[in-house]
Design a protein around this ligand. Sequence first.
Ligand code: ADP
Ligand code: MG
Length: 458
Amino acid sequence: MCLFGSTYMNTRTAPDIWEAALGELQLQVSKPNYRTWLEKTAGLNYQDNLLVVSVPNTFVAEYLDRSQRSLIEKTLIGILGSTDVRVAFQVNGHYPTANGVNNGKFLPTPPNRPGLNPGYVFESFVVGDTNRIAYEAAREVAANPGRSFNPLFIYGGVGLGKTHLLHAVGHATLSRNMQVACVSAEQFTNDFVSSVRERRMEEFRTRYRKLDVLLIDDISFLSGKEQTEECFFHTFNELHNAARQIVITSNQPPKAMLLTEERLRSRLEWGLVVDVKMPDLPTRLAILQAKVRQKGADVSVDVLELLAEQAKHNIRELEGSLNRIIAYAKLLRASPTREMAELALDSISAKEPASIEAGAPTLLLQAVAETFRLTIDDLKGPRRDREAALARRVAMYLLRRETGISVTQIGEEMGGRDVSAVTHACKKLASELETNNFLKRKIEDIGKRLNSPRGPSL
Ligand code: ADP
Ligand code: MG
């Protein structure tokens, strides 16, 4: 987890680890690639299996994050001999603001805050009709933590700026020297489970109790994990009673979440529940213009318009297409054109199946079936043996977590199972996940299959 305050950094080994990784990576990627993307990087911090690597700019960060992460993590696993190593890229140096307020002038770099994306600040968030309330609410809690909306609960689909707003609250409150922790619900779960296992619950409690602001990303991960939910419930109460601010993001509103603790649902609804939706066309264009300024790139408005019109699902996708055309233009040493934009958009539509669109459930089922070496019919049909039953539970759990479709729809997708069977399966799987590393790895494998450019092999 990333707790901020005075005592979290261990900088001793990160440079050495990264140097060793660079040595390996040099052999695995082409020379120009190495020079462009890896040469000016450095190991910053290594803690809790997370290696933070400093990179010169957001362009490099985004490229490494999207295209080289799995190679880098594989290399690190080889070097560290551990199966669970993650890497994060942190821009080191100046970064520009985005929304035009500062006319593209450079802002001072915020201090190194592992776990908080340095670019996710209020100043770089473009406000439109579909995210204004969430933005204003986040600003309000950042200005008056614990005194206005508590908790602030922000929900919405993938890539719509929830994490951006969450981190912005983190930056703003940290700047006022508050004790802030930003953790994903998954990190919270892991932290809780290892604290129980290692009999460090008292330390766990103290760590959370002393916070002024607790930021929890993607709370849906807690769904149905009985013990973790209960622990979160108590943590929540302690902080809330002491008027400490809690901000939560989720892909669903509290009322749609699958929770074991009904008491927790009512707590989540106590403060303010707000949503973020896909921005309209003018806002999408404004976001693109802001990102272009941030990157110091030069892209004409008609190219940006084409991107903004086509990218309909989420802003991450919008940014991805922009990054691609900037990269194409660099490679071709030309200004980005509409043709390049069309090419960049083509590669999005090739990847699109992984988004929550029609067809996503089938792709997810396909990925689960392949990972368990079964067929989709085995998942949907009556097979009752342990393996099929487990794969079926995983499928239902992931349909619920990743696509946000209702339990009734999941029942229908799964060959006409009733709602209580789906609910029971999701809860059971969630609690199995608390202790079963094999299952966690299987779920990671499924994620990789879904995110591979080809998608699962059909
Ligand atoms: P979520 O957490 O909702 O899945 P993120 O917060 O990670 O989405 O946002 C995805 C990307 O889109 C990030 O790079 C973020 O900076 C960008 N983004 C989202 N909304 C906005 C916005 N309104 N203005 C500028 N950038 C945005
Ligand atoms: Mg997010």
